[in-house]
Structure formats: structure tokens, C-alpha cells
Design a protein around this ligand. Structure first.
Ligand SMILES: Cc1cc2nc3c(=O)[nH]c(=O)nc-3n(C[C@H](O)[C@H](O)[C@H](O)COP(=O)(O)OP(=O)(O)OC[C@H]3O[C@@H](n4cnc5c(N)ncnc54)[C@H](O)[C@@H]3O)c2cc1C
Length: 356
């Protein structure tokens, strides 16, 4: 039986472990540096099931998000994980916003997201009386889910399928002998395949293992969240209108599974986090949509690191899922949003394309 090491117990590592352990073809070991799975990006995000409206057509993000959202809804239903098909609205007021909404609509159709609809101010008022905007795009397949519960279920299924877990072990690098892969701190074990799903740690591990190979580099960005327990009486996820393919800074409002609201994530460059400024941005957006929420009721909530990457000093905006030439070593870099939505589809993609 072929032996596979998965580095990283986030939602991507867990999904891959679950997928490849299903039919007893592989012996799977998952190694995680923390004391438990899912303590990094996978639990510090918006928990949004994205519909796939604004990703570049034919990109991995677009394809895997559209496949993945259906799989997430199916998995949640089957395994009794809390989710809500809340839908999402992209809103705007200016003529420029209206143009963006039309571009998003066209992009969504190209991506096979056929449940989008441009709606007028009158209709918006009817469906979301507490949101004020002139133009909107409604995306019906977006939603939210309980990611921690989802990961717990994946973990249970992995254990049932025989996946072994080691915690509190930080992988530094791998080395190669006779087609097998070894690790200095995993004694007496050799692997046929390595899946490097270590989130923000993934590029460092690859660079140390393949000294003469050029990989993308990190361009990490922090996202801050604020939240309120007040009932804003908003049912859908609210985003501003945005240019397809351009994931620019914006303010999102997301209802949570626990009937709270989170605002964010912001885009904070390394070392430049300013809680007060971020909060002001969220407060401004709330005023713009006519919310009467007292800003004192908005509290800092959490932060997550977006594993953005660049190649040759240019942003690389798609998921980077590639095998290292001649080696059975698969790297997953730049696994930012919509990584949660896509995780089950990513796992199938890895299995289909790289494992024999
Ligand atoms: C602010 C923010 C908001 C987001 N919102 C959404 C959203 O609403 N919807 C959506 O679809 N996606 C969203 N995403 C994206 C999603 O969260 C990620 O794509 C996903 O969590 C990535 O999972 P992962 O397993 O690759 O990473 P991680 O969860 O970071 O897991 C990597 C794991 O590897 C471990 N590790 C690292 N280095 C080592 C090492 N050397 N040895 C052993 N283990 C190691 C880490 O401890 C970690 O547990 C968001 C991301 C962020 C940051």
C-alpha cells in the first residue's frame, strides 16, 4: 500500500485525508504543528459558502468553488452540519457600481453560476428592508456553514478510514532517497507521496526541501473581523459591488450561524494593523447602507492570515496546486478564499490529478 504524508491539518489537509482514505488504497499520515487540527486560517474566516461570481473564468478558483459549494451543501445535509443558504447581495449606488454589477452578472454566467439576478431598488427594499442601495446583484447559492463542526466531522471520518494523526510536530523539510521521501523528525518512516497543505507554512517547507527550485513567494495579508450581537435584521450576506477577478479591499457584512453579524475581513499589510481605522471603515459602510447600529456595539472579534502569493513580484491570484517536477510531492500554495468552499473539490482534484 502506498504511504502518503499530509502536512497540515487545516480544512484542506483534512479534506484530502478524507478523500484519499475512502477506498483503502493509501496509508495516510497527517502531521500538524499545533495541538489540534483547524486552529489557523480554517477557523479564522467568514465561513461563507461562496457561489463563484467574481473569480476569473476557467481558473481553479472558479471551477473548484462552483463544484465545491454543491459538495459542501451536500456534505452538511448528509452529516447534519449547521448551514444556511442565506444568499448574497452585491450592492452599490453609483453608475460605476451598476456597471460593475453588470460585469459580475456576465462573469457569473461564464462561471456557470446561473442563479444570479440583477435587482432594482424596489425589489431590494422588499427583500432586505434594512439595506439602502440603488443597485444590487442577488446570488442565490451563497450561504454560511459551521466550519468547526465541519472539520470535526471530517476528522471523525478520517479516523474511521484509518488516517493516523500526529500533533505538535512541526515539519521542517523532506529529503529523497531511492524514490522515497523522508523527514528528519518522523523517524523510521518513508513516504511515496507528500501533500504539502501547510497553509502559510507551505512555501517555507517546499523551499527547504528543494533548494534549487524556484517557488512563488508569500505576500501575506491579515484580515481583521469585528462583530455585533445586535439584530441588524439583515438576512443575506452583503458585499459592495466589485470588479470581477479583482479581490480589492471591501467591507462585508455576514450573518453567522449563531445569529450574530461579522464585519470584515479588512486588508492589513504586515505590521500595519490598526484596529481603530478598520473599525471606522466598517462603521462608515454601515452608515452608507443606512444602518442605525451604534458603533459602540461593534467589537473586535478575530483575525486571519490570507496566504496570498506572488511569482516574479506579480500577484498570483489563483490557487497554486502543483507537483514538483519528477517528485511525488504536491504543493498547495495561495489557498486563500474560496478555499473553504472549494476544499472537498480540491481534495478530489488532488486525488484525480496527482495520485496513482
Ligand atoms: C480572513 C479570511 C477569510 C476567509 N473567508 C473565507 C470564506 O468566507 N469562504 C471561503 O471559502 N474561504 C475563506 N477563506 C479561505 C479559507 O479560510 C482558506 O482557504 C482555508 O482555511 C485554507 O485551509 P488550509 O488547510 O490550506 O490552511 P490552514 O487552516 O492554515 O491549515 C494549515 C495547517 O498547516 C499547519 N502547519 C503549518 N506549518 C506546518 C509545519 N511546518 N508542520 C506541520 N504543520 C504545519 C498549520 O498549523 C495549519 O493547521 C478565508 C481566509 C481568511 C484568512
Amino acid at each position: 500500500m502506498k504511504k502518503i504524508l499530509i502536512i497540515g491539518g487545516g480544512v484542506i489537509g483534512l479534506s484530502i485525508a478524507y478523500e484519499i482514505s475512502k477506498n483503502n488504497r493509501f496509508k495516510v499520515l497527517l502531521v500538524e504543528k499545533n495541538k489540534n487540527f483547524g486552529l489557523e486560517a480554517s477557523s479564522k474566516n467568514s465561513e461563507v459558502i461562496h457561489s463563484g461570481v467574481y473569480y476569473k473564468n476557467n481558473s481553479l478558483k472558479a471551477n473548484l468553488c462552483v463544484q465545491g459549494k454543491k459538495m459542501i451543501y451536500g456534505f452538511c445535509k448528509k452529516n447534519k452540519i449547521s448551514f444556511k443558504n442565506t444568499q448574497k447581495l452585491f450592492i452599490g449606488n453609483s453608475l460605476q457600481d451598476y456597471k460593475l454589477i453588470k460585469q459580475m452578472y456576465k462573469n457569473a454566467k461564464k462561471n456557470d453560476v446561473n442563479d444570479v439576478k440583477i435587482i432594482a431598488e424596489r425589489t431590494l427594499k422588499k427583500i432586505e428592508p434594512n439595506i439602502k442601495a440603488k443597485h444590487a446583484l442577488l446570488s442565490k447559492s451563497a450561504g454560511i456553514f459551521d466550519v468547526n463542526d465541519f472539520m470535526r466531522k471530517l476528522f471523525t471520518l478520517c479516523k474511521k478510514n484509518g488516517v493516523k494523526f500526529i500533533y505538535n510536530k512541526k515539519i521542517s523539510y523532506g529529503y529523497f532517497e531511492n524514490q522515497k521521501i523522508y523527514f528528519s523528525n518522523i523517524k523510521k518512516q518513508k513516504f511515496d507521496y507528500v501533500i504539502n497543505a501547510a497553509g502559510v507554512g507551505a512555501i517555507g517547507i517546499a523551499e527547504k526541501s528543494f533548494k534549487n527550485t524556484v517557488f512563488p513567494s508569500d505576500k501575506l495579508v491579515t484580515g481583521l473581523y469585528f462583530k455585533t450581537r445586535e439584530n441588524l435584521k439583515i438576512r443575506r450576506i452583503i458585499y459592495p459591488a466589485m470588479k470581477p477577478e479583482k479581490n480589492t479591499e471591501r467591507v462585508d457584512i455576514t450573518p453567522t450561524i449563531n445569529n450574530e453579524y461579522i464585519f470584515g475581513p479588512s486588508v492589513e499589510k504586515k505590521g500595519k494593523i490598526n484596529l481603530r481605522n478598520s473599525k471606522l471603515k466598517f462603521a462608515k459602510f454601515l452608515k452608507q447602507i443606512n444602518s442605525k447600529l451604534d458603533t459602540k456595539k461593534i467589537k473586535y472579534f478575530k483575525k486571519g492570515i490570507r496566504p496570498k502569493i506572488k511569482t516574479n513580484s506579480k500577484s498570483y491570484t489563483d490557487f497554486y496546486i502543483k507537483k514538483v517536477d519528477k517528485y511525488n510531492w504536491i504543493n498547495l500554495f495561495g489557498m486563500e478564499s474560496p478555499g473553504l468552499t472549494s476544499c472537498l473539490a480540491i481534495a478530489k482534484y488532488v486525488k484525480r490529478n496527482f495520485l496513482r
